[in-house]
Design a protein around this ligand. Structure first.
Ligand code: CU
Length: 124
């Protein structure tokens, strides 16, 4: 390689470097200050009673949510906390509903038909 070729190669390399530098470093997007995210509003979570079952039999809710128990069966039912009856919907006639705010994870059953079981999982 002749001297002139080496000089041209250096010049090309130099110009390439200058051009790259002129483009600047890629701009990093500015971080916006974090906007606090509001917790989701309390939800109304349906649990239907039909065909001698709680449907769904397990619900996962957040603290403050309301469960709406609705008896869609043809006979009376209730939903009562296990093991201590800490809460109960009371008897629900066919077509009746009852809203319950349950703030602690618990199993429950129908005290009229004790084989009917359900569970509420409460996330903090
Ligand atoms: Cu029942």
């Amino acid at each position: 390689m002749s001297n002139i070729h080496i000089r041209r190669s250096f010049r090309a390399l130099f110009l390439g470097t200058v051009m790259l530098a002129a483009c600047g470093t890629p701009e990093v997007p500015k971080q916006e200050p974090a906007i606090p995210v509001a917790p989701p509003p309390p939800a109304l979570v349906p649990v239907n009673i039909a065909m001698m079952k709680f449907q769904p039999d397990t619900v996962r809710i957040h603290k403050g949510d309301t469960i709406l128990f609705t008896n869609k069966d043809v006979v009376e039912h209730d939903a009562t906390a296990l093991p201590d009856s800490a809460w109960t919907t009371g008897p629900l006639q066919p077509g009746q509903s009852k809203k319950m705010v349950i703030d602690k994870s618990t199993d429950y059953f129908c005290s009229i038909h004790v084989v009917m079981r359900g569970r509420v999982e409460v996330a903090p």
